[in-house]
Each structure stands twice: as C-alpha cells, then as structure tokens.
Design a protein around this ligand. Structure first.
Ligand SMILES: NC(=O)c1ccc[n+]([C@@H]2O[C@H](COP(=O)([O-])OP(=O)(O)OC[C@H]3O[C@@H](n4cnc5c(N)ncnc54)[C@H](OP(=O)(O)O)[C@@H]3O)[C@@H](O)[C@H]2O)c1
Length: 293
C-alpha cells in the first residue's frame, strides 16, 4: 500500500532547504499534509511558498524549533500534538556539519545533539501518536559517511581531538544504530523505521567546511531533488510496506558498517540517549564487565 493521500500527516525536520525541502515538496505533491520544521520561520515560509507555487493544493504547515535545544524539541512535539491527532510519516532529516567543537544550551556537543539526540528525542516524544496512526513510517536521514566511523562510548560527546568530519560521520553511524534499535522496539506495532544515504548532494551542508571538503563534495554533487528520492520512497512507496530496520542507498537495502549490527552497542546508545534527553535514568556500564572490549 502506498502511504500517501489526503488525511495522512507527515513531519519533516530540516525542511527549509536542501534534501528536506525536496522531500517536503514531493510528499506534499502526493496529497499528504507536510509539517515543515527548521530554526527559521522566514526560510520555512520561503520554502512553503515555493512548494505551494508548484502545487497549489499542497497542504503544508510550519513549526519553528532549534533542534539543538531539548526544550525546543519538547515544545515542537507538544505543538504538533495540539494541532494534529495523527502522524503517518516522521522524517528526521535536519543535520549539521560543525567545524569547531561547541556545546548546546543543554551542555551537549552540538553535532551529537542535533544529528543524533534530536532524532532520538523527537521520535520518542511522538511515538505514541505514530503508533496510533499505524501503519506508519519513520525515516532517518543518515549518510554513507557513517561507514568510516566507530562510536566510542567513552567519548560520545567528542571531547578528544575534535575534527568536524569524523564527528559528523560518528553522528551518522548513531543514526543507523538508532534506526535498527528503534525497528526492533517497534516490532509488531505496524510502524517501520529505516534510514538512508541520500547521495552526495549540492546543499548548504558543506558551507562551513574547508576548501578540500567543499572541493571533494563538488566533484560528486547531485541535485537536492535526487537526494530526496530514497527518503520519499521509504516514506511512501508500497514496495517497502512492512520493511523495517534497514539502511537504503538508491532505493535498495545495503549493508551498513559492522558496528551498526552490534545490538548490545545499539541498546547502550539508546540507554545513554534516554538519559541525556531526560527520558530515563543513567544506564549501566558498557561494555558489560563480563564482555571483552
Ligand atoms: N548533502 C549531502 O551530500 C548529504 C549526504 C549525506 C547525508 N546528508 C544528510 O542529509 C540531511 C539534510 O542535509 P542537507 O544536505 O539537506 O543540508 P542543508 O541544506 O544544510 O539542510 C539542513 C537542514 O537542517 C536544518 N537544521 C540544521 N540545524 C538545525 C537545528 N539546529 N534545528 C533545526 N533545524 C536545523 C536546516 O534548517 P535551518 O538552517 O533553516 O534551521 C536545513 O533545513 C542531513 O541529515 C545530512 O547529514 C547530506
């Protein structure tokens, strides 16, 4: 069954520009109400106007939130639930590549906070609404960049020798591990969770990077519309009905990196994330004492 049409509701973070805006455009064109999220009302308004110009019947809405702030994420979830009774499609997409280490208002390293913890917290806050809209789908924008990464549970907030791109890669690995763990926890609910690599896409993501990174990206750049294809496919296509816990590239399930299949590590990431977002108490040590490193 295609997950589209009037009556369905989606929420897309990072929808003011880039890949998120293109996913919003394509999903709105299918008749689904699209709630677009970013930090900037102005940028969201511009994106919304462009979508409505192309598809006058599009049903769009705007919610402003800085996803580096857990208070903003809670406010976002609460405003969403005040306005809508269902959520058929959640796309966690907002992401940053932060060249110099910084911390958020919550005291958390910014890349980890925005690229991983925001996906985690927003999803959990909306989970009951999503489950009650079943069959429903959660789609997380990751990246092939995750393949070079390993999560260091002693340094999840990247205090040791910060370097923007490796830290970004680790956050994208966290997206994959979060997706797999979420899919396991959602078994039997009719809600699927998948993640994808959009390709190397001409967006604002690389704006603060050094010449080498920008030049490297330029070599392989594709359009944001192309970057949106796999995410829209996962969110709406009948081909992936019931498919869950997978990493997709160009609309096909692919192997992700080795650590992403470590279920104990994914459970631990979930526990740490719960604690850092105030959803639960501190987790026990990882790896467990009886397990070799
Ligand atoms: N471009 C690529 O080649 C590529 C490759 C692999 C994966 N990805 C992934 O694709 C996703 C989208 O990136 P993009 O390439 O489309 O980049 P982009 O053009 O820079 O768009 C990023 C989006 O995220 C939003 N955003 C950033 N920080 C935010 C925050 N703190 N709170 C709320 N919204 C925030 C931005 O909105 P505002 O600035 O308006 O707040 C914007 O809408 C990211 O998860 C990225 O990791 C991109």
């Amino acid at each position: 069954m295609v997950l589209a049409g009037t009556g369905r509701v989606s929420l897309i973070t990072g929808a003011s520009t880039g890949i998120g805006k293109e996913m919003a455009r394509k999903i709105a064109a299918m008749g689904v109400t699209v709630v677009m999220v970013s930090r900037s009302r102005e940028r969201l308004k511009t994106a919304e106007e462009q979508i409505r110009r192309d598809f006058p019947a599009a049903k769009t809405d705007i919610l402003v939130a800085d996803l580096s702030s857990q208070a903003d994420i809670r406010q976002l979830a609460s405003e969403f639930c005040d306005r809508y009774e269902r959520l058929d499609i959640l796309i966690n997409n907002a992401g940053m590549l932060v060249p110099k280490r910084s911390v958020t208002l919550d005291g958390i390293e910014t890349t980890f906070a925005v690229n991983h913890l925001a996906y985690f917290l927003l999803t959990n806050l909306l989970l009951e609404t999503i489950k009650s809209s079943s069959p429903a789908r959660i789609v997380n924008t990751s990246s092939a960049a995750h393949k070079s990464a390993t999560l260091d549970f002693d340094d999840l907030q990247n205090e040791k020798g910060y370097s923007g791109f490796p830290v970004y890669c680790r956050s994208k690995l966290a997206n994959v591990m979060f997706t797999y763990e979420l899919a396991r926890r959602l078994e039997g609910t009719g809600v699927t969770a998948n993640c994808f690599h959009p390709g190397v896409i001409a967006t604002d993501l690389f704006r603060d990077q050094n010449f080498l990174v920008r030049a490297g990206a330029q070599l392989f750049l594709k359009s944001p519309a192309k970057g949106a294809q796999t995410g829209v496919y996962l969110a709406t296509s009948g081909d992936v009905e019931g498919v869950t816990g997978k990493y997709f590239v160009k609309r096909r399930a692919e192997r992700s990196n080795k650590q992403s299949y470590d279920e104990a590590a994914a459970r631990h990431l979930w526990a740490v994330s719960s604690e850092l977002t105030g959803l639960s108490k501190p987790p026990t040590a990882y790896p467990p004492p009886d397990r070799p490193v």
